[in-house]
Design a protein around this ligand. Structure first.
Ligand code: RIB
Ligand code: CA
Length: 339
């Protein structure tokens, strides 16, 4: 059994990861901690509540987190990828290009009890103290909340079972700048600071998430066979798939498709053997033209050079059994929600 906390900026692919974690019998989802990134923190938090409601998991805790990075100024939200509301414009009244406002009323069917009275960092710390050594923290947004939790509680690594991070890329180009992936670029200081700590951390970056594409026919299977959850994933993915198509991701593909970045991080918890990792000290560039870039020392030896000595090895995913992960994601959600 895996107890997990999902730190998330929902986010169309975040919603897929949430549904996947809820559906798998070996995962106990202790809560969602929300963070800015794909969308502002208000929408990220309401979207987390809404996805839980639709998935029939209204009792799962939601703790609101950071609205911006701790050091740099926030980047523009990725509403051109995830829609004005962060979920592919599934909310009534959400129009492409409409300024994401704070006054989105939760849809009538939203019944989520409440947002926790403590913030995301405190929720992570209190949960880890309550279940020492049992919780895997799965971070699929900017790492601001995780860095804040570590700042408040430096013993956090010893209180967690592990840290799985969706972010970065080593050989794959970036998806925001030529070298930077969105989560790391949104808070490079947090990412670099956390990778100086021996969690142990596993990094699930674009080197593997860009290999696990999910096609419209796969998403249609969810819509047809996974009830309201499948319908939400289908509806919210329309805008997102269109972005990937316009970006040329479907070139050579049989049909429109999109990346399921965040669900890959959940898959890494459930079936780590489906991923091939390299191990080495990891840095994230926090200024200049390569800001947000992940750099990993894959040489297998280290000199005492500035900026690199005394850093723990992170496990960085470089290859994946894509078909196995994709099918596991689809089967898990369909089997759980079979209508
Ligand atoms: O680069 C992909 C990551 O950035 C995913 O977590 C996506 O949801 C966005 O947050
Ligand atoms: Ca995300």
């Amino acid at each position: 059994m895996h107890k997990i906390i999902l730190d998330t900026d929902p986010g169309v692919d975040d919603a897929m990861a949430i549904a996947y974690a809820l559906a798998h019998p070996d995962i106990e989802l202790l809560g969602l901690t929300t963070v800015f990134g794909n969308i502002n923190i208000d929408y990220a938090t309401r979207n987390a509540q809404y996805v839980l409601d639709v998935c029939g998991a209204s009792a799962v805790a939601v703790a609101r987190g950071a609205s911006m990075p701790a050091v740099q100024l926030p980047l523009p939200y990725a509403d051109f990828v995830h829609g004005t509301d962060g979920l592919g414009n599934v909310y009534p009244g959400s129009q492409p290009g409409m300024a994401a406002t704070r006054d989105v009323a939760l849809r009538p069917e939203a019944r989520h009890a409440r947002v926790e009275p403590v913030d995301a960092a405190e929720f992570i710390i209190r949960s880890a103290r309550e279940h020492p050594g049992e919780i895997t923290l799965v971070a699929v947004g900017p790492l601001t909340n995780v860095a804040e939790a570590y700042r408040r509680e430096p013993a956090l690594p010893s209180l967690l079972a592990g840290l799985v991070i969706m972010g970065g890329s080593v050989e794959e180009p970036g998806n925001v700048s030529p070298v930077a992936e969105a989560n790391f670029l949104n808070d490079p200081h947090a990412a670099d600071a956390l990778l100086a700590v021996d969690w142990p951390a596993t990094i699930v970056g674009l080197d593997v998430t860009h290999r696990i594409m999910i096609a419209d026919s796969d998403l249609q299977r969810l819509a047809d066979q996974a009830g309201a959850t499948g319908s939400l994933i289908w509806r919210s993915s329309r805008f997102y798939v269109d972005f990937y198509t316009r970006k040329g991701a479907a070139q050579g593909a049989a049909e429109p498709q999109c990346a399921m970045h965040d669900a890959a991080a959940v898959a890494c918890v459930l079936m780590p053997e489906a991923f091939k990792v390299v191990r080495g000290a990891a840095r994230v560039v926090s200024e200049g033209i390569a800001i947000g870039q992940l750099a990993v020392d894959r040489r297998g030896y280290a000199y005492a050079v500035p900026h690199w000595q005394d850093r723990p090895a992170s496990a960085v995913c470089m290859a994946v059994d894509s078909d196995r992960v994709r099918e596991h994601f689809l089967d898990t959600i369909i089997n759980y929600h079979r209508t």
